[in-house]
Design a binder for this molecule. Structure first.
Ligand code: SAM
Length: 286
């Protein structure tokens, strides 16, 4: 069966009395080139163990199964159980786990299922949980690469740099651990039901070392969060009100040692400048 053929999908789902759930972000692919191109972009070979999130009816899963040594696919919707046992019957290197990806022990999956393999992630993500899922995957440090389809707007935020209107604390967090890259866009017409927005496929490759040196990563991320929580305020005011242990004069002095304008806003600082600021503030408070 062709898992991206609209007529065949309709027949399969009707036979299993399946109804799409909006709250589970169920938009299934109906264009064969998309799962093929996503799987081709995921840096897979027979030595890779790949984690998929949300197989749906399995159109991307079957492409991953052809390219990787092992596939573990986590699906929250148990109504897809009989569907997937039919569609993935031929994929012998593939295991489907029914549950919420946010509650899975990823370390156990990598240790038990991907022993001797390079761990990677590849998925058409449910859009409503994109941020928590990517945060969990990236901060686990377990995966060499993460190739996912997400909303284009979120993909742009992840890749944005200082001064860009899409620059965000979420983007900085992901850029700290990985090198993200937007690969290609996918229009709404490639899905059933069609989403309202364009999607992008993005690949995040794990960094061997962070983009800057910093003594206290926790303090740096506290500064970043404070700066972006109140992005209209100057950095001095945003940090003084968002990081309890720091005063306005602490931040003003640190900015002066770094030759930065005391009126600068957080969104104007690069990741290395946030790292330098954290080091300067750490020194002042020690
Ligand atoms: N991979 C399929 C495709 O490309 O056609 C389906 C992708 S669909 C955008 C997202 C899938 O994620 C759905 O099958 C949905 O049931 C599943 N899902 C939603 N939330 C989930 C969660 N928290 N954990 C695991 N799967 C989830």
């Amino acid at each position: 069966m062709v898992l991206t053929d609209y007529g065949q999908i309709k027949e399969l789902l009707a036979r299993h009395n399946f109804r799409f759930s909006k709250s589970l972000g169920q938009n299934f692919l109906t264009a064969a080139w998309v799962p093929e191109q996503i799987a081709d972009s995921a840096l897979l070979d027979e030595n890779t163990g790949v984690l998929e999130i949300g197989p749906g009816i399995g159109c991307l899963t079957e492409q991953l199964s052809k390219r990787a040594g092992k596939v573990v696919s986590v699906e929250l919707d148990k109504a897809l159980m009989p569907v997937l046992s039919e569609t993935l019957a031929g994929c012998e290197n593939t295991v489907v786990v029914f549950g919420d990806v946010l509650k899975q022990d990823l370390e156990a999956i990598v240790k038990n299922d991907f022993a001797g393999l390079r761990p990677a992630v590849c998925a058409n993500l449910p859009y409503n949980v994109t941020s928590p899922v990517l945060t969990k995957l990236v901060s686990s440090g377990l995966f060499e690469s993460i190739t996912v389809m997400i909303q284009r707007e979120v993909a742009r935020r992840i890749c944005a740099e200082a001064g860009d209107p899409d620059y965000s604390s979420f983007g900085i967090l992901l850029q700290w651990y990985t090198e993200p890259e937007i690969l290609f866009d996918v229009p709404p017409s490639c899905f059933v039901p069609q989403p309202k927005v364009t999607s992008s496929v993005i690949r995040l490759v794990r960094r061997t070392s962070p983009p800057a040196e910093v003594k206290d990563e926790k303090l740096m991320f506290a500064l970043i969060r404070a700066a972006f929580n109140q992005r209209r305020k100057t950095l001095v005011n945003a940090v003084a009100s968002g990081v309890p242990q720091l005063s306005k004069s602490d931040v003003e002095n640190a900015l002066e040692t770094l030759d930065l304008d005391p009126k600068v806003r957080g969104e104007e600082l690069s990741v290395s400048q946030f790292a330098a600021l954290a080091d300067a503030l750490g020194k002042e408070n020690s």
